[in-house]
Design a protein around this ligand. Structure first.
Ligand SMILES: C[S@@+](CC[C@H](N)C(=O)[O-])C[C@H]1O[C@@H](n2cnc3c(N)ncnc32)[C@H](O)[C@@H]1O
Length: 266
């Protein structure tokens, strides 16, 4: 699948403009409320004041800038130029330009594109599934972490990724495969307009593959939790209880829907 990068980038360039206008991302509300980081993630990382944090696959930067509001000096990286342009403009509108920079690059080129190491490497919901190799991603993470620095991953659980659109039946491999999961859809996962570039390629990575890739690069994992909740309505049957936690309804089987992992570099 030699064209995966170009195909996915065209798809994400289209998604960016749709997402910017969506109720799902609610950019105006985000600016007005001054949202900080996800409270669950903030509790895991603790005080980030003056820490250099890099957000891999940052989209248009809302979650990156939230860490700047918490006191970090942030760098967001994404391969979509429109996303990075929007992130830079949002930083300006939020009054955070002095503590935020955004860089256009393929995540696999991040160490060369960024040219520095960080106190925190951060990756969140809906990031790992766009990468064909978790081993190469772990190389990137290891190259970006300063000695003793921390990695926080909070992403969709590979079990959820393996289920059909109803969230009940295994439909895709739980493990990383060389061939991608091919999606062809005019709609993104948010409300709003249609995409012109409808094809996208995704790959699943099992929890064991993720953990082993990090351990084999010397990282020490201090927290690994599988959650029966996820931050968005991944399947129609999920119910929000309490706000911001989407779960399977009571009376149905509990499934792992997301996971969080905290690790420290040697
Ligand atoms: C769902 S977003 C994740 C960020 C955050 N959770 C959010 O929702 O805003 C996925 C991001 O990954 C980016 N992406 C996908 N593949 C990439 C790659 N190879 N290199 C850099 N960015 C990539 C996309 O452009 C998109 O902005």
């Amino acid at each position: 699948m030699s064209d995966w990068l170009e195909v996915n980038r065209a798809n994400w360039d289209d998604r960016t403009s749709v997402h910017l206008g969506s109720r799902f991302y609610d950019v105006a509300g985000w600016l007005e409320r001054g949202d900080g980081p996800d409270p669950y993630e903030a509790a895991l990382l603790g005080d980030v004041t003056a820490q250099r944090l890099v957000h891999l696959q940052c989209h248009f930067g809302l979650d990156t800038l939230a860490w700047a509001r918490a006191g970090a000096i942030v760098t967001g990286l994404d391969f979509s130029e429109p996303a990075i342009a929007a992130a830079t403009e949002l930083a300006r509108r939020a009054g955070l330009s002095e503590r935020a920079r955004f860089v256009v690059a393929n995540v696999f080129e991040a160490p060369r594109a960024l040219g520095e190491r960080f106190d925190v490497v951060y990756s969140n919901i809906g990031a790992l599934c766009w990468l064909p190799s978790i081993e190469r991603w772990a190389d990137v993470v290891a190259a970006l972490l300063a000695p003793g620095a921390r990695l926080l991953v909070h992403d969709v659980h590979p079990l959820l990724m393996s289920l059909d659109e109803d969230g009940t039946t295994p439909a895709y491999s739980y493990f990383e495969e060389s061939e991608p999961i091919v999606e062809d859809s005019e709609l993104s996962y948010v409300d709003g307009g249609h995409l012109e570039h409808t094809t996208s390629y995704q790959w699943n990575h099992s929890l064991g593959e993720i953990v082993t890739a990090l351990l084999s690069r010397g990282l020490v994992i201090s927290h690994l939790e599988e959650h029966d909740w996820v931050r968005y309505q991944a399947f129609a049957e999920l119910i929000e209880a309490p706000a911001g936690f989407w779960r399977a309804p009571s009376g149905t089987a509990r499934r792992a829907l997301s996971f969080s992992l905290l690790a420290t570099a040697p």
